[in-house]
Design a protein around this ligand. Structure first.
Ligand SMILES: NC(=O)C1=CN([C@@H]2O[C@H](COP(=O)(O)OP(=O)(O)OC[C@H]3O[C@@H](n4cnc5c(N)ncnc54)[C@H](O)[C@@H]3O)[C@@H](O)[C@H]2O)C=CC1
Ligand SMILES: O=C(O)CCC(=O)C(=O)O
Length: 446
């Protein structure tokens, strides 16, 4: 292929209706292309990029289930087994009405690089369904999960493909799916991660993505002699990643002033402290209600239909969903002298927003590096399952912290600009690529 543009034209023309996938691939190709032509002729000769953008396998299936009114509902489920060169496919399941093949392919593609960065032996995969868990009863969620797993179980296994949670899939859903797998296969396997601690789950897995993102932010800030302590932090989302990113910020002495859900955001200038965060966790994880209630309960401002990026901050941590921060938002962050943006979510910044932050050389941690702590700790859960052992909180948190430091170091090694600053996007893409590409070279033409 003669140019990155020609490569992308081919990707777009093969699957024209997959904008999110194109976006994720373009970001990687843009930073890899010059490096490949400088130092990677062997990868070009072996068509590694061409193979990386083609999933090894895509499974799509019907999920029929009965709602509380006795009516049959039909959803569409998927599992993308993107690349298994360095280990069993690994990546979350997303249950959300916006799930499409394009969204899951983008997530699976990102996952290949992210899992490689963790230093652990995990290939990349992703799956999910266009099911909306909002306003569904527990019994409906259970019947849906059982139907989903009835098909998925034939494609996964502890040494084949190990799914976990993502948007709309937390401990409750993992439990229902694990139960159905066990019933159908008559085996107690480490086939899912994010399990409960009483039945094979790892301590710290629920916390790991959010904690890991803040550990990564600490490393980035340290390169400029800064600490997160006393910094004002704005966070979007109020789900798994957002909650534990907030918890770690608070523990480290930062002030978290915003959180959001798909209806709007709250701004608490005094800071969301541990008690207020516990209230949010109960609201979101137990009562499953809207964040607006926080504003009413604590007497702070609620901004319906808006995102928090105009609130002045030192550090911004988008933790909700893809493309939730656009170029206007990026400009606003820059105008407000934000010094660090760290992606808790997958691809939360649009392409233009990334380009804007990169051109100003502020600290920008891309999701495939910054939010890799979740899947890394899933890898630690797999290790514990294989050993039939449970590790302590301190041990798992220590391993997570070490992994995040190593990912940061890998980004610095491969992403240093001539002026000494770090391009974390290029660093993460190149470091993630090398391990997978070498494994593909070693394994021949597959
Ligand atoms: N759970 C995990 O371990 C990991 C999750 N991620 C990514 O982090 C992000 C959040 O995932 P989780 O916290 O696990 O999910 P979750 O389901 O626990 O929370 C999702 C949050 O995003 C908000 N949200 C969802 N769609 C939205 C939309 N269209 N507009 C505004 N807000 C929206 C929800 O209101 C909720 O607060 C996703 O991008 C996910 O792919 C990345 C790495 C690991
Ligand atoms: O822990 C896992 O396997 C899933 C994590 C995930 O989906 C992600 O990193 O985006």
């Amino acid at each position: 292929m003669t140019s990155a543009e020609a490569f992308m034209d081919r990707v777009r023309s093969r699957d024209p209706n997959e904008p999110e996938f194109h976006q994720a691939v373009a970001e990687v190709v843009e930073s890899l292309w010059p490096w490949l032509h400088r130092e990677g002729q062997r990868y070009l000769d072996a068509q590694i990029l061409e193979r990386l953008v083609e999933p090894e396998r895509v499974v799509s299936f019907r999920i029929a289930w009965v709602d509380d009114a006795g009516k049959i509902q039909v959803n569409r489920g998927y599992r993308i087994q993107m690349n298994g060169a360095i280990g069993p496919y690994k990546g979350g399941l997303r249950f959300h009405p916006t799930v499409t093949l394009s969204v899951l392919k983008f997530l699976a593609f990102e996952q290949v690089f992210k899992n490689s960065l963790t230093t652990l032996a995990m290939g990349g995969g992703k799956g999910g369904a266009d099911f909306d868990p909002k306003r569904k009863s527990d019994a409906e969620v259970m019947r849906f999960c059982q139907s989903f797993m009835t098909e998925l179980q034939r494609h996964i296994g502890p040494d084949t493909d190990v799914p976990a949670g993502d948007i709309g899939v937390g401990g409750r859903e993992i439990g229902y799916m694990f139960g159905q797998y066990r019933r159908l296969r008559h085996r107690f396997d480490g086939v899912l991660t994010g399990k409960g601690p009483e039945w094979g789950g790892s301590l710290i897995r629920p916390e790991a993505t959010g904690y890991g993102a803040i550990y990564f932010a600490q490393e980035m800030l340290a390169t400029q002699g800064q600490r997160i302590q006393d910094k004002t932090v704005i966070i979007s989302g109020s789900g798994n990643v957002a909650q534990f990113a907030a918890e770690k910020c608070i523990a480290l002495g930062a002030k978290v002033v915003t959180m959001s859900d798909s209806s709007g955001f709250i701004h608490d200038p005094a800071g969301i402290d541990s008690e207020k965060l516990a209230w949010i966790m109960e609201l979101k994880n137990v009562r499953r209600e809207r964040l607006k209630e926080y504003a009413e309960h604590f007497g702070v401002e609620y901004y319906p239909g808006q995102r928090p990026w105009a609130i002045p901050c030192h550090v911004a941590v988008p933790c909700a969903t893809q493309n939730e921060l656009d170029s206007d938002d990026a400009k606003q962050l820059l105008d407000n002298h934000c010094m660090c943006v760290v992606e808790g979510a997958n691809m939360p910044l649009t392409t233009k927003a990334v380009a804007q932050l990169q051109s100003h050389k502020i600290l920008f941690g891309p999701g495939k590096a910054a939010n890799a702590g979740g899947v890394a700790t899933s890898g630690l859960e797999m290790a514990q399952n294989s050993q039939r052992m449970y590790w302590s909180r301190e041990r798992v948190d220590g391993e997570l912290h070490t992994i995040m430091r190593k990912i940061h170091a890998a980004c610095c090694e491969h992403g240093q600009r001539p002026d000494g600053s770090i391009d974390y996007v290029a660093g993460a893409n190149i470091a993630g690529f090398i391990k997978v590409a070498n494994a593909m070279l070693a394994q021949g033409c597959l």
